[in-house]
Write a protein that binds this ligand. Structure first.
Ligand code: ADP
Ligand code: MG
Length: 690
């Protein structure tokens, strides 16, 4: 770089026309500070207002400008009057529908009037229609634009016009400067950086719309590649920083492991042995382990975690084991108590619900080190939790935690040493996705299930067949089996969810009076949940009505039947987790997906994946295809949903190049790496998807 004058691209946004203090504040909140940041604020999609589409060639779900004449227009009376206008253009007939309209609007729509409108056609029972299009009457003059119209991600109160004005100015500045093309000489593309940026902000009218929509345009690929490289580099940088820290090398003496393994009721699988070997090897080194263990539901990740714990305890160190939900953390507590209490190991429990004097006592045990293993929820991160000698952090995660969350826990280690870190994922992550999402971690895979499991048989059933299903539950339980009845999220609210479960439980109690039926949901206290689970585990309860709180970790081998209501509302990975609660014993298990008809085509395809496969990796790949990475990894803290250009799985073909290019940059141009990381992975607030 040969720069001495201030770069206009790095000028603050206040230098742009129309950016006053108020707008500046909003842009700042969105993570946009300098002119360059606007260039990397890319449109989410484009509208094509460059040409008129004949009605006869309209495609469903695609925005289009249409010009024609009104043939008839009328207000259809009813509870909600609707304004309908049928429009023809010589190639076909299309119905416009308005559910909100003013009287004047209805009066202006007379037969014979010329109309130009813009919207998305749908296919309805009465042919093609369009709901609430933008329109103009009597306009024969053209309203066409000369480039595709970019639609930017935005927040309330900032219209598309404003984004266009801002980016226009940024593009002008781009034209006067030469941005630093950090992939020059490394990646070949028909577009250089500036051209690619310009193209995506202002695609010409000749732009191949379909290709752009599929995210496959060379300009998109050029930028997506750079963005993925930047993400990969940022995780690598994080990894390098952590690996450079000191950690306590731990070599267990076997004094606990040996008797523990002798008393164990099962023989570890080869896959478990291998992964445990990888973990213990990491822990024996004076630099921190950063390891991810992936294993399908039921592959026995808990046992693997236990062996890591035992090694740390033998070395006189402390462990924090964190689970995403209270219920799962409690299950771990029980398992570890059962496994480790006979060895006289101090185990402490900490969740947000442990309060007052009890909390004080637990905190003291952790601070003094009399508790070697501390199990809990997010509460373990909180201030006031001080460890005597934390040397191993295990996170059993439901979704990808933010990297910073994991780091918050590692900061609990006293002194300069960083704890060893072990992450267990409940969701198998497709390889392509883990290359981006987990590039900071080494990965071990438990690719084998313990022997003697029979795959779960899954059936799709229309919810109209509910009575037959209830009878089947009754019969199975009468035969000594146990069953789950899962009520899925009706709303993003625990309360409604719990209500639905309560209603279902009382209904089932009426219809199956001879069964003992329990109920578990997120509103119960920890103690209540624990007691319900204990009753179910011991067989006192035959049927457990539950919300998705039982999604992860719950382990009752005698349960062999699961009913899932409204499975179409859940992601595949989540359904797979739920279904993993059965099929844990030697009896053949069944899962009935009680869907609500009619299913959309995609809805049916998704459930069909569940019916035909029990392979968590395959299912996760399909989930990625259907729903994208944000959903699969958990939308909240991944930071992955804020990719600006890159799309997965659409760009998975780039990933091999991403790894190679990142390696070359680190080797040959380390000075470019930080700039690249700053450019693409700076803080960003979530934008609304429009
Ligand atoms: P997950 O990987 O889903 O967390 P768990 O650790 O809960 O699986 O293990 C599922 C069940 O399998 C538990 O009851 C556990 O005790 C049992 N299990 C684990 N490893 C083995 C093994 N090698 N042989 C038999 N059973 C095992
Ligand atoms: Mg588990």
């Amino acid at each position: 770089m040969t720069v001495s004058t201030p770069k206009p691209l790095h000028a603050p946004l206040s230098t742009l026309r129309g950016v006053g203090p108020k707008l500046l504040g909003r842009l700042e909140e969105l993570g946009l500070r300098q002119v360059e940041d606007l260039l990397y604020h890319f449109p989410l999609r484009y509208q094509d207002r460059t040409r008129v589409t004949p009605i006869g060639s309209l495609q469903e779900g695609v925005d289009a400008v249409v010009q024609g004449h009104i043939r008839i227009a009328s207000v259809v009376p009813g509870r909600r009057p609707t304004l309908m206008a049928k429009v023809e253009d010589g190639t076909g007939l299309l119905t416009l529908r308005f559910f909100h309209f003013r009287r004047a609007q209805a009066q202006q729509m007379k037969p014979g009037v010329a109309i130009t409108f813009f919207g998305q056609a749908r296919r309805s029972s009465a042919g093609l229609d369009m709901v609430h299009p933008e329109y103009r009457l009597d306009s024969t003059d053209t309203v066409l634009e000369d480039a595709l119209t970019p639609i930017y991600p935005t927040v309330e109160g900032m219209g598309q016009g404003l984004w266009r004005k801002l980016t226009e100015q940024a593009l002008t500045i781009l034209g006067q400067t030469d941005p630093d093309d950090l992939l020059r000489g490394i990646a070949s593309s028909p577009f250089n950086l500036a051209e690619a940026i310009r193209y995506l902000h202002r695609p010409p009218p000749t732009a191949p719309v379909e290709q752009i929509r599929g995210w496959q345009h060379p300009a998109q690929l050029r930028l997506a590649l750079e963005e993925l490289v930047a993400h990969h580099l940022s995780l690598q940088a994080l990894r390098a920083r952590e690996k450079a820290c000191h950690a306590i090398a731990m070599n267990g003496d076997g004094s606990i492991a040996k008797p523990f393994l002798e008393a164990l009721s099962f023989k570890p699988t080869d896959a478990q042995e291998r992964v445990i070997g990888e973990i213990l090897e990491d822990m024996s080194k004076p630099s921190p382990m950063l390891r991810l263990v992936q294993g399908d539901v039921g592959s026995g990740k808990t046992f693997v975690a236990a062996m890591a714990c035992i090694c740390a305890i033998e070395s006189g160190q402390q462990i924090a084991l964190m689970a995403p939900t209270e219920l799962l953390a409690e299950q771990h507590l029980q398992t570890f108590k059962e496994w480790l209490a006979p060895r006289n190991i101090g185990i402490a429990w900490l969740s947000g619900k442990v309060k007052g004097r009890a909390r004080g006592k637990v905190l003291q045990e952790i601070a003094e080190g009399s508790a070697s293993l501390v199990i809990g929820t997010h509460a373990l991160f909180q201030e006031g939790v001080v460890f005597a000698s934390l040397a191993l952090v295990i996170v059993d995660e439901q979704h990808r935690f933010g990297v910073h969350q994991r780091l918050a826990l590692t900061e609990k280690a006293p002194g300069k040493a960083l704890p060893h870190q072990l992450v267990l994922t409940a969701t198998p992550i497709p390889r392509t996705l883990s290359m981006v999402a987990y590039a900071d971690l080494d990965c071990s895979v438990i690719d084998e299930l313990p022997p003697g499991r029979t795959p779960v048989q899954t059936t799709l059933l229309d919810s109209q067949r509910r009575d037959a299903v209830i009878a089947r539950v009754g019969a199975a339980c009468a035969n000594g089996r146990q069953a789950y009845w899962v009520c899925t999220l009706i709303d993003e609210s625990d309360n409604l969810d719990a209500q639905a479960a309560e209603a279902t439980a009382s209904l089932l109690r009426e219809q199956l009076p001879s069964l003992s039926i329990g109920l578990i949901h997120g509103r119960l206290s920890g103690v209540e949940k624990e007691s319900v689970m204990a009753d179910f585990k011991s067989g006192t309860l035959q049927l457990l009505v539950a919300t998705t709180v039982i999604e992860v970790g719950v382990d009752v081998p005698n349960a062999s039947l699961m009913i899932i209501e409204n499975p179409e509302r859940l992601g595949l990975a989540q359904l797979h987790q739920l279904r993993g609660r059965v099929g844990r014993g030697p009896i053949e298990s069944h899962c009935l997906l009680l869907y609500r008809a009619p299913l959309s085509r995609q809805g049916r395809e998704r459930l069909e994946v569940m019916r035909s496969s029990t392979d968590g990796f395959y299912i996760a790949e399909q989930d990625l295809r259907f729903r994208g990475p944000g959903e699969l990894l958990g939308t909240r803290q991944t930071g992955l949903t804020s990719f600006r250009v890159a799309q997965l799985p659409e760009h998975e073909g780039l990933l091999d190049d991403v790894i190679k290019i990142a390696a070359r940059l680190m080797q040959d141009h380390p000075e470019r790496c930080t700039t690249l990381i700053d450019r693409w992975t700076g803080e960003r607030q979530a934008f609304a998807r429009v």
